[in-house]
Design a protein around this ligand. Sequence first.
Ligand code: FPP
Length: 232
Amino acid sequence: MNINHLAIIVDGNGRWAKKRGLIRSEGHKAGAKNLEKLILYISRNKLANYLSLYVFSTENFARDEKEVNYLMELFLKWFKTVKDKYSKENIKILFSGNKDLLNREIVDAIKKLEENTKNNTGLVVNFCLSYGGREEITTMAKKISQKVLDGKINIEDINEKLVSENMYYELPDIDFLIRTSGENRISNFMLWQISYAEFYFPMTYFPDFDEKCLDEAIKEYQKRDRRFGKIK
Ligand code: FPP
């Protein structure tokens, strides 16, 4: 059973650091390093066609200013350095989220990365940054309403396909969602796209969720009986 769309809610960086007597930013640094390894592992072994990553929610802006600034710097540095590497790996990068809440430098780096990788045909990595699932749905509703008001479509034309097309990106349904760190929550992540996803909540903090852990997760996914509401 292949995974078309894999998603990871990155969680537990702070607790990983605390457990080691380190400051929270050390956990994010370790998380970023791990994420880089995992992306290459997924891409090179063709473990999925799409990979969505929840790295910063709109709610995360309410964290301590110093932590938010640290994370933004980390994202920025990372986006600048992975630009060439991802092109070589044939990885295509997308960003889902509210760009109005991000500073100019990050928005520019995001645009460049999307532009640089737009013709790549390998793994699609969708970074959910400054992201909220309800906000994505609200934005979609506004886009569709505008089309109706402009007379481009009729109310009768609104169907699930059209809704999908008007999300930040038209992405396939998520097949398998992993949230690390033992939290059993969705936290406003891709609410439209997770309708039939299989969930997996390992206890492992994200910086320790390595390739072996991912293999184990995928093995577990293979055992799931996906019925999509039907009876076999
Ligand atoms: C959740 O851990 C993690 C985040 C809010 C940030 C995710 C960031 C990274 C993996 C690093 C950078 C990524 C890129 C793309 C460079 P938490 O802080 O909520 O952990 P806690 O629940 O243990 O406090």
